[in-house]
Design a protein around this ligand. Structure first.
Ligand SMILES: Cc1ncc(COP(=O)(O)O)c(C=O)c1O
Length: 383
């Protein structure tokens, strides 16, 4: 057959590889970002109820009204923005589909799209599939923050989109007020569309608050803000998310979404709408729920030889193993999984740049039962 692969360099994601390896070697899986506990019981019961009471056919393209209304209430409460639930909120089968549709809707062949390494893996391939050019800049260590002067010097007449992801996977860094101001200034000055991946919006620790692009009127007007119910309701396998964008941008997003998946899974939408309406405290409880897990994991690792700087957000914790071993992180992650019994993700896979092979850092995921975290930490402390 005569065809040219569109993504010749893309193989199976590291998340799938490490989870499979964890299963094969019976290792504690702190690699892929999903909980080892269930969604709230009432939410599962609502899903069951809707499946058994006739909510099993296509939802409207943009999602059911009740859930979009709940999203609009939430945006008002958390980010003080009035959004029109009908024209500005779209329910999608996960944040990944939302990001794909936003990129596909906006990026034309030759357009440059700025993103920051270490970068979540779904942005770059989506840009390339649209004929766009990913421009990989690096977050600055040790804080993993954006160097805005570097951003400005990377902007050309072809730059169309900037993708930001805070709280950040894999580093756990968060945005400051100054970052938000700089993003606003640059996006307006260079007329950029912003795709803001905010799937970890509720996982910000130490009394800090998440900064959403939706809190800034100028950014809200030119952004797709992307969220994930999967993360916020401990239900990553339900693959349901949503996008908030101006009516103008939403129209373009929906034009793509209708031919990618058309709609998201119906009974989950009804269940989430019910649960959000009757349990507003669920989202409020998430920062302390995950902060406690971070603290359990980090204090259990205090006695280890890993160098740990507690994560500021997300459910990920980076760990520097340079005091323990001097091998590339992919080799070390495999060793941890196969020989030690704890699966982790090497962070070099989040970089475009081959120099990242010199990284001596792995990512652990702490959205696990406290006992799971304690057992994993015990094994890691023995190294
Ligand atoms: C930064 C980031 N964005 C998007 C996603 C995908 O979210 P969803 O499962 O809702 O598609 C993830 C999942 O791990 C993520 O870490």
């Amino acid at each position: 057959m005569n065809f040219i692969s569109k993504l010749p360099d893309v193989g199976t994601t590291i998340f799938t590889i490490m989870s499979q390896m964890a299963e094969d070697y019976k290792a504690i899986n702190l690699s892929q970002g999903y909980p080892d506990y269930d969604p709230p019981l009432e939410l599962k019961e609502r899903l069951n109820w809707h499946v058994n009471n006739g909510h099993n056919q296509y939802a409207p393209l943009a999602g059911i009204a009740a859930l979009r209304q709940q999203c609009a209430f939430k945006i008002k409460e958390y980010y003080d923005r009035d959004v029109n639930w009908d024209t500005e909120v779209t329910i999608t089968p996960g944040a990944t589909e939302a990001i794909y549709c936003a990129i596909t809707a906006i990026v034309q062949p030759g357009d440059e799209v700025i993103m920051f390494d270490p970068v979540y893996d779904c942005y770059d391939p989506a840009v390339r599939l649209s004929g766009g050019v990913p421009i990989h800049l690096k977050l600055c260590s040790p804080e993993y923050s954006i160097d805005w002067r570097q951003v400005e010097s990377a902007i050309s007449s072809k730059t169309k989109v900037i993708i930001v992801n805070f709280p950040h996977n894999p580093t756990g860094s968060i945005m400051s007020d100054d970052d938000m101001m700089q993003l606003e200034e640059i996006a307006v000055k260079y007329d950029l569309v912003v795709i803001s991946d905010e799937v970890y919006e509720h996982f910000v620790f130490d009394g800090k608050k998440h900064k959403s692009v939706l809190s800034s009127p100028k950014l809200a007007a030119r952004s797709f803000a992307v969220f994930s119910f999967g993360k916020s309701f401990h239900a990553t396998g339900w693959k349901t998310g949503y996008v908030v964008a101006s009516a103008l941008l939403t129209k373009e997003l929906r034009a793509v979404h209708q031919f990618v998946t058309f709609v998201a899974f119906t009974p989950v939408q009804f269940a989430l709408a019910d649960y959000m309406a009757s349990n507003p405290e669920h989202l409020q409880s998430l920062p302390s729920f995950y902060e406690k897990k971070r603290d359990i994991f980090c204090s259990a690792l205090k006695e280890s030889r890993f160098i740990i700087k507690p994560s500021k957000g997300t459910f990920f914790q980076l760990a520097d193993y340079s005091r323990i071993a001097d091998v590339p992180d992919k080799v070390y992650a495999e060793y941890l999984t196969q020989e030690v019994g704890v699966a982790a993700i090497p962070i070099s896979v989040f970089f475009d740049d081959p120099d990242s092979e010199s990284s001596r850092v792995v990512r652990f995921c702490f959205c696990k039962e406290d006992d799971t975290l304690a057992s994993a930490a015990k094994l890691l402390c023995a190294l």
